[in-house]
Write a protein that binds this ligand. Structure first.
Ligand code: TRP
Length: 332
């Protein structure tokens, strides 16, 4: 039997290069060898209070983007979280064994509470419980996630272990982070020199972004005054541009600019121009497919329906076991 994999992406807007290289590219590889469940975490997005219109639009967009990137609904189970109510029920049960102290200590909760002080809702606090439920509802063995999700996954492991121990029943496998070749997932930097590419950081390049806008953003990327010594170590902002180049450009191109940098002959304008071109060339076919798929309501509806059916079949089995295990079972 193939091991089971679960991973999700929150539907907070258009997917960007960071989502692609940090997650989806691996999903596409994994669907060949694992029993994969990939989903759109729309319930998780509710923690930041999107408008109904935005939420709806974003879920549709992310679904089209998953498909355009090569996630194959015939190979993987591809679904929308809210289409699987079993997850919400499991989330309720799991909440009974998650403690305030441990939830309050989670870094992502503290970050969010700082970012949205007027909306520190209970859903934000129990975010890791919902994420754990997403994972264990399919009895997943592996979860491909980036570095920023390590703590949430650690919580999921803790909740699964606690449940097993509490009921003296090995109902859940303990999910493990998944990495190819033991390397952690690539982190794609943003263009503002401030670390990770993220939708909310405003430093991202979308997969569906038009060439002009990509060009403009790349040309505006933060740089420094340039190297002053041969073979000098690159500061983070410059390393970031090279890191992006590493994933979209040919090795020869990277080598060429690396060489110029080391000889102190680099012109950042040239580097950015090349980088913009290579990003545009890389995203063009994906962008075309996104635009094509987005138009096809019938196809999107069909994919979502089949995905929901497959996901519910697996989820309801687990939920039945959980109900029996905890004593919620009708005898009349
Ligand atoms: N929290 C994840 C993120 O923001 C999204 C997510 C929700 C997820 N449920 C999950 C990821 C289950 C992996 C498994 O990226």
């Amino acid at each position: 039997m193939k091991p089971t994999v679960v991973s999700g992406i929150r539907s907070t807007g258009n997917l960007h290069l960071g989502n692609y290289f940090g997650a989806i590219k691996n999903f596409v590889k994994m669907q060949e060898d694992f029993h994969c469940n990939f989903f759109i975490a729309d319930c998780h997005s509710l923690t930041t209070h999107p408008t109904p219109g935005d939420l709806h639009k974003n879920v549709r967009q992310v679904l089209a983007e998953y498909l355009a990137c090569g996630v194959d609904p015939e190979k993987a189970t591809l679904y929308i979280q809210s289409d699987v109510p079993e997850i919400s029920e499991l989330y309720m049960y799991m909440n009974m064994n998650a403690y305030l102290g441990e939830l309050e200590r989670t870094t992502s909760f503290k970050d969010k509470a700082r970012k949205q002080p007027d909306n520190v809702n209970a859903g934000l606090l129990t975010y890791p419980v919902l994420m754990a439920s997403d994972i264990i509802i399919h009895k997943a063995h592996f979860v491909p996630v980036g570095k920023d999700q390590e703590q949430n996954l650690e919580m999921a492991r803790k909740f699964a272990k606690r449940f097993n121990r509490m009921y003296k029943n090995e109902i859940f496998p303990i999910p493990r982070p998944f990495t190819f070749d033991g390397k952690s997932m690539v982190k794609i930097p943003g263009l503002d020199g401030s670390g990770k590419m993220g939708k909310s950081e405003g430093n991202a390049i979308g997969l569906v972004e038009d060439p002009k806008s990509i060009h403009k953003k790349v040309m505006r990327a933060v740089t420094d005054a340039g190297p002053t010594e041969m073979n000098q170590e690159k500061p983070e902002v410059i390393q970031n541009l090279f890191q992006l180049m590493n994933v979209v450009s040919t090795p020869d191109t990277v080598l060429h600019f690396d060489d110029l940098y080391n000889k102190c002959e680099i012109r950042y304008g040239d580097l950015k121009k090349q980088l913009a071109e290579d990003i545009i060339q890389f995203t063009a076919p994906i962008r075309e497919r996104i635009i094509e798929i987005e138009k096809d309501d019938a196809y999107l509806a069909k994919v979502a329906k089949i995905g929901a059916e497959k996901a519910r079949e697996s989820a309801s089995k687990t939920l039945q076991e959980v109900r029996e295990t905890i004593g919620i079972k009708r005898f009349f």
